[in-house]
Design a protein around this ligand. Structure first.
Ligand code: UT7
Length: 339
């Protein structure tokens, strides 16, 4: 159903899911040479949840988070028009969104994966918003889910201490332009630095004897932590300021700063650069570590459950990570019921 009217976008509901198994800093220091003191002071992380056991994948967490978001508003899954799964750890390179569509019974939904690492949820919300504003779709489920524990090298102390597994979901719905919640967005990519953070594919040495065709496999996650840190602290504030400026808003209008949960020092440094008080930062990474595409919807869902974010609050959401890709969304929070 298409129309020429510009539609607004409201966030109807959120949900999240984390695995049961928790790995704290003390236990991780029995696996690699590290300490609770180093991890806590350098990152703010105390523990992370890991998807252990066989036959468990990102799809299981994504389904749990999606069902919670649907149940909160008693929405029938058949009302969903589109599912966007932001993930960098699918269990099928052709995509995992269609399995979620089937398993939650979203029989009328188109579904696809979106790969943009830790910025994936921000890109997913912006993509969904375009479909809604154009009048193409009415109800969209956006999921950010990752299980990077399957992709980190558990002997590399510089990365294995950082990541956790989780999923977060949000249901977006079309509304009148006056009720619009997604006020603005600002997105960026700089592929020049892509090698700083990557799960690279590598050819095997020996080609197929007859075809001279190389086949290979994916390697473990690699990160140049220092460079990614510098990039985040320098670029994220600029993106937020650009986004605010084009709305004629200032940092004083911000009620909540919700950044990708990579490192507590990054959250504090970005807030400091913008002269935003630390008590406006939403942070839950001490409990979950860096959950990649899930970190923003997981933190958003928790902040809503704790009634931190209330009606009309301005929430600045910013994602950053591999690509390198980074971006901001400015949301005026609205408490809605199913229309
Ligand atoms: O989600 C995508 C976006 N990702 C990010 O934003 C991550 C950005 N980067 C970071 O958060 C930080 O760079 C890290 C937390 C990854 C690392 O912190 P850092 O303060 O930048 O440490 P470093 O990499 O500069 O390493 C400092 C020292 C090194 O030793 P030397 O060379 O100074 O002797 C490392 O070998 O700390 C050592 N080190 C560790 N020591 C104990 C690295 N990892 C560990 C560890 N335990 N787990």
């Amino acid at each position: 159903m298409k129309s020429s009217i510009t539609h607004g976008v409201k966030i109807l509901s959120t949900g999240s899911a984390v695995p049961h198994f928790s790995l704290n800093n003390q236990t991780i220091s029995e696996i690699v040479q590290t300490s609770d003191e180093w991890i806590s002071t350098r990152t703010g992380i105390k523990e992370r949840r890991l998807l252990t056991g066989s036959h468990q994948s990102v799809i299981d967490l994504a389904i749990l988070a999606s069902r919670k978001a649907l149940d909160k508003i008693s929405m029938d899954p058949s009302q969903i028009d589109l599912i966007i799964l932001a993930t960098s750890s699918p269990n099928d390179l052709f995509g995992s969104a269609s399995q979620i569509q089937f398993k939650i019974g979203a029989v009328n939904a188109v579904a696809f994966d979106l790969t943009a690492a830790c910025s994936g949820f921000v890109l997913g919300i912006v993509t969904a918003s375009q479909f809604i504003r154009s009048g193409t779709y009415c109800n969209i489920l956006v999921i950010g889910a990752d299980v990077l524990s399957k992709w980190v090298d558990w002997s590399d102390r510089s990365t294995c201490i950082l990541f956790g597994d989780a999923a977060g979901a949000a249901i977006l719905q079309s509304c009148s332009d006056i009720e619009n919640s997604i006020l603005n967005f600002q997105l960026n990519t700089d592929g020049y630095y892509s090698s700083h953070l990557s799960i690279p594919y590598q050819d095997n040495d020996k080609p197929h004897a007859f075809l001279n065709l190389h086949q290979g496999s994916f390697k473990y996650l690699y990160m140049n932590g220092r460079e990614v840190y510098k990039f985040a602290v320098s670029q994220v504030p600029l993106s937020i300021l650009k986004c605010l400026n084009s709305l004629n808003m200032s940092v004083n209008d911000i009620n909540w700063l919700l950044l990708h949960q990579a490192n507590e020092r990054i959250l504090n440094a970005v807030a400091e650069k913008l002269s935003i008080s630390r008590d406006k930062i939403i942070a839950n990474l001490s409990k979950y570590g860096n959950t990649s595409a899930a970190s923003i919807p997981l933190a958003l869902d928790e902040a809503l459950q704790e009634s931190k974010i209330v009606d009309n609050d301005i929430v600045v959401i910013a994602g950053f990570g591999a690509g390198l890709t980074w971006g901001t969304i400015i949301v005026r929070w609205k408490e809605f019921t199913l229309g």
